[in-house]
Design a protein around this ligand. Structure first.
Ligand SMILES: Cc1cc2nc3c(=O)[nH]c(=O)nc-3n(C[C@H](O)[C@H](O)[C@H](O)COP(=O)(O)OP(=O)(O)OC[C@H]3O[C@@H](n4cnc5c(N)ncnc54)[C@H](O)[C@@H]3O)c2cc1C
Length: 282
């Protein structure tokens, strides 16, 4: 039963195993003025050949975006391009991906993974970020981490582009994480208010209607370059409506290794009703 449910949901949230599947869906999203944020599924790769093939896959995505003239960006996990093997390897791989993406004016976003990767991910970002690529390179920050306000303050000082999320990995302790959903949401608002005050260009990545409505209201007054982002297959109808007046990204993962991604989404679905609603509605 679990496998059947996971398979059904994976299909709804992941267009398919191949790059062509992501390209096909990206073209559909573009018709609705939605930017595809393409991710090749995979994480915590400890095999150098597999790391190399992941890097090549991202280079292929960049070629495809350019060739097909898609409105699309890429978003990748540091642990899929070598962070678990060595910082230096991930740095050099990310550099190659960024160099190629910049030539075609394609944005590159760093996903944020488990707590023990946060420092290294921010270090990677800072090391490769410069004023010349300010618009094209961004980093995800999680509101369930107590440290995130400090990170956002530091990153906003260098005018980094930030994609704000609640956080998808299992919190391990109260010292580092906000545990309750209410506290995570409160922290999200606090970080969002900080971004509105001190950062001109950021992404509000959530399916939470209250946060989305609040952002729209605030932005009418403050007029920042705010974009929205959601995960493909969860609230696509809302994304489509938002894209009429706003820049909207849909995170579009593809690949064979769908279990960790799908499991995180199932846990967020809160209850079976939401999961079923997410399968049968867009
Ligand atoms: C574009 C994007 C990029 C992301 N990148 C990262 C990242 O790099 N690192 C990271 O840790 N996390 C990332 N996330 C995941 C994020 O941290 C949350 O786990 C996820 O977005 C759910 O939180 P929420 O803000 O939607 O709020 P929630 O409080 O989880 O949900 C708000 C409402 O949205 C609806 N909803 C949410 N999820 C589902 C679902 N699965 N099925 C049905 N309805 C649902 C429900 O109505 C729910 O009440 C990303 C999310 C997005 C949208």
């Amino acid at each position: 039963m679990n496998e059947l449910l996971e398979g059904l949901i994976a299909k709804k949230w992941i267009p398919g195993p191949r790059l062509e599947d992501a390209i096909r869906v990206a073209k559909e999203l573009n018709k609705d003025n939605i930017v595809a944020m393409i991710n090749f599924i995979g994480e915590h790769i400890k095999d150098t050949d597999k790391v190399d093939s992941n890097v090549n896959e991202y280079l292929k995505i960049i070629d495809a975006i350019r060739k097909e003239k898609l409105k699309a960006v890429i978003s990748l996990k540091p642990s899929q391009i070598g962070l678990d093997l060595s910082y230096k390897l991930a740095l050099s791989n990310l550099k190659s991906i960024l160099n190629k993406a910049y030539k075609s004016n394609i944005e590159v976003w760093l996903d944020m993974e488990e707590y023990d990767t946060v420092d290294k991910t921010i270090r990677l970002f800072k090391e490769l970020y410069s004023s010349s690529n300010r618009e094209l390179f961004g980093i995800c920050i999680q509101s369930y981490l107590r440290r995130s306000l400090d990170d956002i303050i530091r990153l906003s000082k260098i005018k980094a582009r930030i994609r704000l999320v609640k956080g998808a990995y299992k919190p391990s302790n109260k010292e580092e994480f906000y545990i309750s959903r209410d506290d995570v949401t409160k922290s999200y608002y606090k970080l969002l208010d900080y971004l509105f005050k001190h950062n001109d260009n950021f992404i509000v990545a959530t399916h939470d209607s209250n946060i989305i409505d609040y952002t729209i209201k605030q932005n009418k007054k403050l007029k920042r370059r705010v974009s929205f982002a959601m995960l493909y297959g969860i609230r696509d109808r809302l994304a489509k409506e938002l894209a009429i007046d706003n820049k909207v990204y849909l995170y579009l993962p593809y690949g064979k290794d769908w279990i960790p991604y799908t499991t995180r989404r199932i846990k967020e679905g809160v209850n079976l009703k939401l999961i079923i609603r997410s399968i049968f509605s867009r």
